[in-house]
Design a protein around this ligand. Structure first.
Ligand code: NAD
Length: 498
């Protein structure tokens, strides 16, 4: 472990300096083993003030660096991440619990994002357009906003930070990043990589600490003009309300209640694979995790049988051991929330087919493990069919038709990801039109976003912005319309048109 992580206590990274350790710290525990891996500072609002002051100065210089040169830093960041992929992946598994194969996938997502956003350094396209008057030129350009704040959750500790910080930085902003206290190691490692890649001091600052103190201070800080947040619906709503009062731009990516639809003509073996991967990968702790299976009644029993057979084969344990396909739950609070929903499901009359229990035998007792769980005969309005559980729990909801399947899919407050298994091309196109989520998969599970497409959701999942893809640039830039009149006389728009 020592060789992977070079410190026992993390410190904030402000203005290109690793601050001296002071104040209170929290222990960061490996969710698979319960071992303390490192200590993380619980900073106060003063650290946000310091970071904001440094970022404000640094941003003015950074905005003047030509974007292709800004991009060179991101190319170097991507290259270093690639060299360190294995080390980063192991540390990620240790702090978050997801199995190593998935951790490698997450780090790869960050690498892809680095090279993709570095490419934007030579694009950052605006538009040129005809002017309505003679001898006049019109165009729109993207301008940086200034100092931006990013607040990230524990479930994708490096990928989400890259979705947000890379577009922000290539666009000429300076960043203050508050990672989740459960998973600060990826923030430490990524900040070191930025430093080695030659990012000027103050352009990226990391302030560790709680949401209530550091996050709240960022949301209310006058210097910070954008908040890009990923996390729970409740926190996001409060942040949006606070930002609204300050006329601060805010981008929210929040929860999901994602469903796989299995139609009567589906390839059932493929559907089972898709459901298992998207429901139990990362132990169901993905914002895009499959939490509902909406199944045509004619294939319900067969699907149940096959799911149960395959669920039996899932190997659960420490994600550093390649044998294991399902890792632990992040912490005790996560376990308690899942347990609560198991009881709710039983009380509501859903039928528990598998799992439903915390795993505490032998080595499992050291970590936080929950058995992959399958409920059936769930009705759409039950709470387990409506609310985000964030664990390895799937609810089967039988339906009689394609139309009903779409209606059930759309009948939740969230709108992140959905999927349909069918071989009928007409249904495929109807589904991609009618499913009201930000992401739609056909003949694949609900997870597996690629970084060059927009990531985000509708309704209670977000507020209309997108992470990743070229669309992420809209969060971190202002559109500026530029008119150049070369007629040598005053030409009045809408009035002097001949
Ligand atoms: P959370 O809302 O508790 O925390 C997210 C971040 O917000 C953390 O860094 C936390 O410290 C901070 N925070 C908490 N209170 C705050 C406050 N008052 N002011 C400012 N910041 C505050 O969420 P979580 O439990 O860490 O993450 C799980 C949630 O994230 C799930 O609901 C999941 O669906 C969602 N998620 C969404 C996406 C997406 O892109 N849609 C991706 C991953 C996770």
């Amino acid at each position: 472990m020592e060789s992977l992580l070079d410190v026992k206590q993390l410190t904030n990274y402000i203005n290109g300096e690793w601050e001296e350790a002071k104040g209170d710290f929290a222990q960061v525990k490996n969710p698979a083993t319960g071992e303390t891996i490192v200590e993380v500072p619980l900073s106060t609002a003063d650290a946000v003030d310091q970071a904001a002051a440094a970022a404000e100065i640094a941003q003015k210089e950074w905005a003047l660096v030509p974007a292709p040169q800004r991009a060179e830093v991101l190319y170097r960041v991507g290259t270093i991440m690639k060299e360190r992929k294995e080390k980063l992946s192991k540390l990620l598994t240790m702090e978050n619990g997801k199995v190593l194969e998935e951790a490698r996938g997450e780090v790869q997502e960050g690498i892809d994002m680095a090279f993709y956003m570095a490419g934007e350094g030579r694009r950052l396209f605006g538009q040129t357009t005809p002017a309505e008057l003679k001898n006049k030129f019109a165009m729109s350009v993207r301008a940086p906003i200034g100092v931006v704040g990013i607040i990230t959750p524990w479930n994708f500790p490096i990928a989400i930070a890259t979705w947000k910080s890379f577009p922000a930085i290539v666009s000429g902003n300076a960043v203050i990043w508050k990672p989740a206290t459960e998973t600060p190691i990826m923030a430490y490692e990524l900040a070191k990589i930025y430093e080695e890649a030659g990012l000027p001091k103050g352009v990226l600052n990391v302030v560790f600490g709680s949401g209530a103190t550091v996050g709240d201070a960022m949301v209310h800080h006058d210097t910070i003009r954008v908040i890009s947040f990923t996390g729970s619906n409740e926190t996001g709503r409060n942040i949006a309300a606070d930002c609204g009062r300050q006329l601060k731009k805010v981008s929210l990516e929040m929860g999901g209640k994602n469903a796989v639809i299995v139609m009567d003509d589906a390839d059932l073996n493929l559907a089972v694979e898709g459901i298992l991967w998207s429901a139990f990968g990362t132990s169901g702790q993905r914002c895009t995790a499959c939490s509902r299976v909406i199944v045509h009644e004619s294939v319900k029993e067969t699907l149940e049988e096959r799911l149960l057979v395959e669920m039996e084969k899932l190997t659960i344990g420490d994600g550093l051991d390649a044998v294991n396909k399902v890792g632990p739950i992040i912490n005790d609070a996560g376990i308690e929330k899942i347990k609560k929903y198991i009881e709710i499901g039983k009380d509501e009359g859903a039928k528990l087919l598998a799992g439903g229990n915390q795993m505490t035998d032998g080595d499992f007792a050291k970590g936080h493990y929950f058995a992959p769980t399958l409920f059936t005969d769930v009705t759409p309005e039950m709470r387990i069919g409506q609310e985000e559980i964030f664990g390895p729990v799937v609810s089967l909801i039988p339906v009689k038709s394609f139309e009903e399947a779409i209606e059930v899919n759309n009948g939740v407050e969230y709108g992140l990801s959905s999927s349909i298994f069918t071989r009928d091309v007409n249904r495929v196109f109807q589904a991609q039109r009618d499913l009201d989520t930000g992401i739609v998969y056909v003949n694949a599970g609900t997870t597996g976003a690629e970084i060059h497409l927009p990531f985000g959701g509708t309704k209670g999942t977000g507020n209309g912005h997108r992470d990743s893809g070229v669309q992420a640039l809209d969060v971190f830039t202002e559109w500026k319309a530029v008119y150049v009149d070369y007629s040598g006389k005053l030409q009045r728009a809408q009035i002097d048109v001949e």
